[in-house]
Design a protein around this ligand. Structure first.
Ligand code: NAD
Ligand code: G6P
Ligand code: MN
Length: 442
């Protein structure tokens, strides 16, 4: 079997060790000859990189490993770029979450004003790494899960239309794991139909691959009572208490649209006041992650470095991230794997704009994704999606044109922002907080 060379962009991410361990665990399906980490923060990445170097020497000495801040070294001779950068890191995520809360507005990483602010930062970082990939490894593919994926995907569509970038989100993957447990199956045994935008969509079918049995009603019955909260631990990434509350809230999302199973992110759009009432403006999810996942991962890395061995280390396989291998394999081996991706609509949702970046099931092969037709969607969802996707498009337009007016309009369009006055106050605060990260707006 061919062996691949991979660079992880955003090597200093809290997810890097889990993904590297997952890759090592999948070497029989997806052999690796070289693995590199790339980040523009060498100090942060260095801690994980030094620890992983020790781990790889022990567990996979045949894989050539390095970590670097030099784009040429990082992006030369790679087959895949796995991208999970966070421009502005947690310090800026904290701002994205806390500034809206000052105005009684939802403060969230990818939704509403926080997501828009993050989007304006991410576009620069994403275009930079796409250009590095194309300069140094023109045949490579980027598998991107850097957020906010909806805005990033739209920016790719407009600014790098011919680049080989696949945008994917793990929320539907995680939720399918919960659904599969509800019906006593494994995710691999199920096949779904789904439509929407990233962090803004609905399942219309969850079928048994083999028998064709439709589980939608059975799962709905469960979700109407419990949301997606399940009895046993099924996820590696969405276990904190705040996530449990999110899984549970799906119950109220099903109540407003009982036909389909909701993506949990819809809660920010349908129940924003509730969300704000549950938020602590002094201690948001960014603080939770810094005190939790970030601390754990970097403490484990320091432990490995101190001991000089990764034996009984605190790094764990992020098994839920194996969809990244499925995606890479689909490209590398033309497997025609069926996966949800964020792609240009072009008729996949029959009564929605062709040029909208939507999240739908796709068949993925060596030439990339082929979206599967999801038919017509109801007016309720169509209207919600049009408002949301227009806001996302206007963020990208505002970025390209450096337009204050358009970004104000984008914020006003977000269902989460109550009115134009709040939108303007938010915008002025966000501009201040994002100095040096956003393009100049006038
Ligand atoms: P993190 O802050 O721990 O890691 C991000 C890393 O990116 C940092 O080390 C930072 O220095 C680096 N970085 C920032 N700008 C860069 C640039 N221009 N070039 C290279 N590196 C850069 O963040 P995290 O919580 O581990 O999350 C990483 C990313 O993955 C985020 O964008 C997050 O939203 C995303 N994510 C996406 C999904 C999904 O389903 N799509 C799931 C989980 C996480
Ligand atoms: C889900 C989403 C990601 C998001 C993550 C946030 O996995 O699909 O897009 O980045 O949650 O998780 P966190 O633990 O950082 O709040
Ligand atoms: Mn996501």
């Amino acid at each position: 079997m061919k062996k691949f060379s991979i660079v992880i962009a955003g090597g200093g991410s809290t997810f890097t060790p889990g993904i590297v361990m997952m890759l090592l665990d999948n070497m029989d399906r997806f052999p690796i000859r070289e693995l590199k980490l790339y980040d523009n923060d060498g100090e942060r990445q260095g801690i994980l990189g030094d620890a992983l170097e020790i781990l790889l020497k022990e567990q996979a000495p045949e894989v050539k490993f390095s970590h670097t801040t030099d784009p040429e070294a990082a992006f030369t001779d790679v087959d895949f770029v796995m991208a999970h950068i966070r421009v502005g890191k947690y310090a800026m995520r904290e701002q994205d979450e806390k500034i809206p809360l000052k105005y009684g507005v939802v403060g969230q990483e990818t939704c509403g004003p926080g997501g828009i602010a993050y989007g304006m930062r991410s576009i620069t970082g994403m275009m930079e790494i796409i250009d590095y990939m194309e300069k140094y490894s023109p045949d490579a593919w980027m598998l991107n899960y850097s957020n906010p994926a909806a805005i990033v995907a739209e920016a790719c569509r407009v600014m790098r239309p011919n680049s080989k970038v696949l945008n994917i989100c793990d929320m539907p993957v995680g939720t399918l794991r919960r659904m599969s447990q509800i019906v006593g199956k494994t995710p691999d045994e199920l096949e779904v139909r789904y439509f929407g935008l990233n962090h803004f969509g609905w399942w219309t079918s969850v079928k048994d691959k083999e028998t064709g049995h439709e589980y939608l009603d059975e799962i709905k019955e469960y979700v109407a009572e419990n949301g997606y909260l399940t009895q046993v631990e099924v996820d590696t990434q969405h276990m904190d208490e705040s996530w449990q509350a999110t899984h549970k809230k799906a119950k109220d999302l099903l109540a407003i649209e009982p036909r389909f199973l909701p993506n949990t992110y819809l809660k920010y759009y349908f129940y924003p006041d509730y969300e704000v009432s549950q938020s602590n403006p002094e201690f948001t999810r960014a603080n939770e992650v810094m005190a939790g996942r970030e601390k754990e991962v970097f403490t484990a890395a320091r432990g490995i470095i101190e001991k000089g061995t990764a034996e009984s280390s605190g790094f764990h396989i992020d098994s839920h991230a194996s969809f990244i291998v499925d995606l890479a394999r689909a490209i590398a081996f033309n497997t025609h794997e069926r996966m949800l991706l964020i792609v240009e609509n072009n008729g996949a949702i029959a009564n929605f704009d062709d040029d909208a970046m939507v999240e739908v099931p796709c068949i993925v092969g060596s030439d990339g994704p082929e979206p599967l037709a999801q038919g017509k969607i109801p007016n309720f969802e169509r209207a919600l999606m049009l408002q949301q996707v227009t806001a996302e498009k206007m963020v990208v337009e505002a970025y390209i044109e450096g337009s204050y007016q358009k970004l104000w309009q984008a914020l006003s369009l977000s269902k989460i922002v109550p009115n134009a006055e709040v939108a303007k106050n938010l915008l002025d605060d966000l501009i201040e907080a994002n100095k040096g990260y956003w393009p100049e707006l006038s």
